[in-house]
Ligand binder design. Structure first.
Ligand code: NAD
Length: 481
């Protein structure tokens, strides 16, 4: 019996090793095929890139219903929520790239320098090659489509690894991308952390990762092994500060909208609210009104209320819900459907469990404050947030927070919508991320900027050449200072 078990273990080990080797060889071949295609120069011209972006755009329109159904299956997103936060923003990003691409591709002329007279400089943008895009589950379409569009606009090939926790959306994206693109240009590899690890062992030319800070560190280590450049779009606790000089009911409405889309499973959702003590009661009462307006039958009975992605995240959130504080609104849940009501929690401080990790769900702790110094001090002792929201009509207060608190990006008097503006770079700082994208920033992220200086031949100043004379040093000191 013991012998049999031993033999079974050895057979299993053999199977796992074999599977690993097969996967590694399939992935290496896939990347080699992309490399050959890229080196043919096929992806370089503006005409080619624009054509592929158009093809991508048309395919998204064609697959809109299938994507909606998949997003509903994975997260119970309503079609309007899917359009507002996944499909619509992806389409408008592609439109922006298509409208501006030709201008961005033009080499940028820069002035020469007097020391090198006569000379001029140009910056050429050059695609990296094959880009690995690893996506998360919370906006499984948008957070795949927007990096893909950026990478293609810059003339790269792409391998997408969607999240295994949104399998329906992953399957539709694979079907759509395989229908419109050859795998030498865009390939999709589905799977979990195991396949992701195997992909990270390949020598891609660029890695674009969206996900948790913990896995971000794994990705950065893997990239470092082969010195692959990368972007990390990570998470963290994004604060929302509600000052006393504010339209409280509008603040309540806008901050709860940002918190409750996708049931709080949004990287830039307000994680917690710091509210001025003078308006705390009013804010709570306005938030209760807003939640009644948003979900007149109660969120748990609302067929459009997104569910928590899986049992593990549901249990994680239920533990946080029970971890302390006073529930001021909500608190009910549905184990079968993984639903948790929008829940406002008072009476918590930085020592409570809920303030120690990114919530990533519909729980909203409120912390009262008396003066801004304590807010700035507390936020600045935490890891740098991805987003920060300020509700205030006081311009001095707005400017002080912008000046004194580091954060990825932010919004004054609303939440989330800064992500939709393609003129603003989107990315974190410190543990909330490295690098940024959207619009021109995507094009720049996925392009190497190649500097080239050109010198005239009609003049050759002799002071830089040996033998060095006093006059040449004097001239150098005059020109280089
Ligand atoms: P995750 O880090 O668990 O997974 C992200 C991706 O990495 C998935 O495709 C997964 O298969 C893969 N992965 C998981 N473990 C891995 C490993 N050990 N090695 C290699 N790959 C691995 O993140 P998630 O749960 O999908 O997403 C939630 C997190 O992502 C939150 O922290 C959230 O704030 C963050 N997020 C950030 C942004 C942003 O734009 N900054 C957007 C969405 C989510």
């Amino acid at each position: 019996m013991i012998l049999n078990e031993g033999a079974a273990c050895v057979a299993l080990l053999h199977f796992v090793i074999n599977q690993y080797l097969v996967n590694m060889s399939v992935l290496a071949t896939m990347l080699q095929n992309q490399r050959t295609y890229f080196q043919s120069g096929a992806t370089r011209s503006a005409a080619f890139r624009l054509k592929q972006l158009k093809t991508f755009y048309v395919a998204i329109k064609k697959y809109e219903n299938e994507l909606n159904e998949a997003l509903q299956k994975d997260l119970n997103k309503a079609p309007q929520e899917s359009y507002n936060t996944e499909i619509g923003p992806a389409l408008s990003e592609i439109t922006h790239l298509r409208n501006n691409l030709k201008g961005w591709m033009e080499p940028q002329q820069v002035p020469g320098m007097i020391f090198s007279f006569p000379s001029s400089g140009k910056i050429y943008t050059e695609p990296y090659g094959s880009v690995l895009i690893i996506a998360p589950w919370n906006y499984p379409f948008w957070l795949s489509a927007v990096p893909i569009a950026g990478a293609l606009s810059a003339g790269n090939c792409v391998v997408l690894k969607p999240s295994e926790l949104a399998p329906a959306t992953s399957a539709v994206m694979k079907k759509m991308l395989e229908e419109i693109f050859n795998p030498e240009y865009v390939a999709v590899v589905e799977g979990d952390a195991t396949i992701s690890t195997q992909l990270l062992e390949q020598s891609f030319d660029y890695i674009f990762f969206t996900g948790s800070t913990t896995v971000g560190k794994v990705v950065a280590q893997a990239a470092a092994k082969n010195l692959i450049p990368y972007t990390l779009e990570l998470g963290g606790k994004s604060p929302c500060i509600v000052d006393k000089e504010v339209n409280v009911s509008l603040a309540a409405r806008r901050l709860l909208w940002g918190k409750m889309i996708n049931s709080g499973q949004t990287c830039v959702a307000p994680d917690f609210v710091y509210v001025h003590r003078e308006v705390q009661e009013q804010l709570v009462s306005e938030m209760k009104k807003v939640l009644q307006q948003f979900y007149p039958q109660g969120a748990l009975n609302d067929s459009t209320y997104p569910r928590i992605v899986n049992e593990k995240h549901y249990q994680r959130l239920m533990t946080l819900l029970k971890s302390g504080g006073n529930i001021l609104w909500g608190g009910k849940s549905n184990d079968t459907n993984h639903l948790i009501e929008p829940t406002i929690i008072g009476g918590v401080g930085w020592n409570d469990t809920i303030m120690k990790e990114e919530i990533f769900g519909p729980l909203l702790p409120l912390l009262p404050y008396d003066n801004l110094d304590e807010v700035i001090h507390a936020v600045n002792t935490q890891p740098k947030p991805l987003s920060l929201y300020i509700f205030s009509n006081n311009k001095k207060l707005q400017q002080r927070i912008i000046r004194e608190v580091p954060f990825g990006g932010g919004l004054i008097n609303d939440t989330i919508e800064h992500l939709g503006n393609p003129h603003l770079p989107f990315g974190g700082t410190g543990t909330s991320g490295q690098g940024a994208y959207h619009g021109k920033y995507s094009f720049d992220t996925f392009s190497h900027h190649k500097s080239v200086m050109k010198k005239g031949t009609w003049l050759d100043l002799s002071f830089r050449y040996p033998p060095y004379r006093k006059i040449s040093l004097r001239l150098a000191k005059l020109l280089l200072r």
